[in-house]
Design a protein around this ligand. Structure first.
Ligand code: FAD
Length: 394
């Protein structure tokens, strides 16, 4: 293990992998440390990603794609179903990945480009000198050592501690942390090309329940609810178990996933002297869908690009790294995060009856685009008062 790099990346998820891959391609010395013994496992994700977004980074490969998703279905509390179909819309939906292989592939690409990778290696403290982050103290098999870097990228996911250790406020209210439970279920009758979302107080209050196809007779079936609503008998797992009993009693559970997904606004600043924060650690998760794979990759890549310029100019101060923070905030991704946060804040106030009314107002429509925005536009077109209600949200 070398003791000095241009870039040290903490966390081997999609955000960290893209940061290290981009840095190595730019000719920088880069290193990823991952606390778990294997990249990509255990999976804590429903594994859905948009086709267009994925193709920005790499060509889809059957080795890490579990299902080609051509339809999405949103089911309102009263059973009203809104169908979004690739064939009819003419735009693509997405894939359900196999993240055990997908995450590995990303880290493998970083490694092929020249980055060092150390698994079972945990950052335990930042190295801070004269107020700037200069790397991390890491622990590998009970041994500690220091890895110094010109820029340290915190890509340590939802449980991120590194940025907090560096003095950044990463507090997340419980109501903005989704508590999730998911089973990988096999032996069930599902549409192998559809991702289905169920809404309502009975299935997932202020959240949703998902059935994401993982193949012919398998699916990731999960529930996310705000952690603040989690109580005995009303935990995400309780909602999931009730749904399973009612809908898929024949299903065989071959994997359980429990985890958190932030649905807050992003951190108010994602850089400091010598430090950049990407992916879930920066809270750049879509507040409506809880999707964060693509945004982690976008921010990981963008952070490394800005870091490369700053290192070349010999200045890795907060001011020199700021173009990263400003860049993603003003990008399409940043603007979508802000809009979707406001929409989410509105939607969690809706009663089941109101959700049913809105769903019925767009039932049977042929959508020309399969995006949250397209859905929202149609809902607003048919319920113009909604626009006023949304405008009042800060
Ligand atoms: P992660 O993938 O979490 O990677 C962070 C890595 O850092 C981890 O491997 C962790 O072990 C490591 N790490 C942490 N601390 C340290 C340390 N001190 N030292 C070294 N390593 C450390 N997103 C989607 O886009 N689509 C979905 O369908 C979807 N479904 C989800 C379902 C569930 C139940 C949950 C919980 C999340 C879901 N998400 C989904 C969100 C998605 O999983 C994350 O947004 C995505 O993984 C973020 O990538 P990341 O690289 O920022 O963090």
């Amino acid at each position: 293990m070398k003791s000095e790099y241009d870039i040290l990346v903490i966390g081997g998820g999609p955000g960290g992998a893209l940061a290290a891959w981009t840095a190595a391609k730019a000719g920088l010395s880069a290193c990823i440390i991952e606390k778990r013994p294997a990249i990509g496992a255990p999976v804590r994700c429903a594994e859905g990603i948009g086709k267009e977004l994925l193709k920005e980074f790499m060509e889809p490969d059957p080795r890490w794609i579990s299902a080609d998703i051509q339809r999405a279905r949103i089911v309102a509390p009263d059973g009203t179903s809104i169908a979004l179909d690739e064939g009819r819309a003419g735009t693509e939906v997405g894939y359900v990945l196999d993240r055990k292989f997908f995450d590995r592939e990303l880290v493998w690409k970083a490694s092929e480009a020249g980055a060092d990778v150390f698994v079972k290696t945990r950052a335990v403290a930042p190295i801070i000198e004269e107020g700037r982050v200069c790397g991390a103290t890491v622990e590998f098999c009970g041994k500690r050592c220091d890895i110094r870097a010109k820029v340290t990228i915190a890509a340590d996911g939802v449980e991120s501690k590194f940025a907090r250790w560096c003095g950044i406020d990463t507090t997340l209210p419980l109501r903005e942390m989704m508590s999730c439970a998911q089973y990988l279920v096999t032996g069930i009758d599902i549409d192998p090309h559809s991702n289905d979302f169920y809404l309502g107080e009975e299935v997932a209050p202020q959240g949703y329940l998902w059935v994401f196809a993982k193949g012919e007779r398998s699916a990731n079936i999960g529930v996310g609810i705000p952690a603040s609503k989690s109580k005995p008998g009303m935990r995400a797992k309780d909602y999931l178990d009730r749904f399973m009993k009612e809908r898929y009693p024949e299903g065989r559970i071959i994997e359980c996933v429990f985890g958190g997904d932030p649905v807050s606004r992003p951190l108010s600043c994602t850089v400091a002297d010598g430090l950049m924060i990407v992916g879930d650690a920066a809270r750049v998760v879509d507040p409506i869908t809880g999707g964060g794979i693509g945004n982690a990759m976008i921010t990981g890549r963008m952070a490394a690009e800005v870091a490369a310029k700053a290192i070349a100019a010999g200045d890795t101060s907060k001011a020199a790294l700021m173009p990263y923070d400003e860049g993603w905030r003003s990008s399409k991704m940043g603007r979508t995060l802000e809009r979707n946060y406001r929409v989410k804040e509105y939607f969690i106030t809706l009663s089941d009856e109101k959700m049913n009314t809105l769903a019925r107002s767009i039932e049977g429509i042929n959508f020309s685009e399969i995006t949250v925005m397209a859905l929202l536009k149609e809902i607003i077109k048919r319920n113009p008062k909604l626009l006023l209600e949304l405008k009042h949200l800060k």
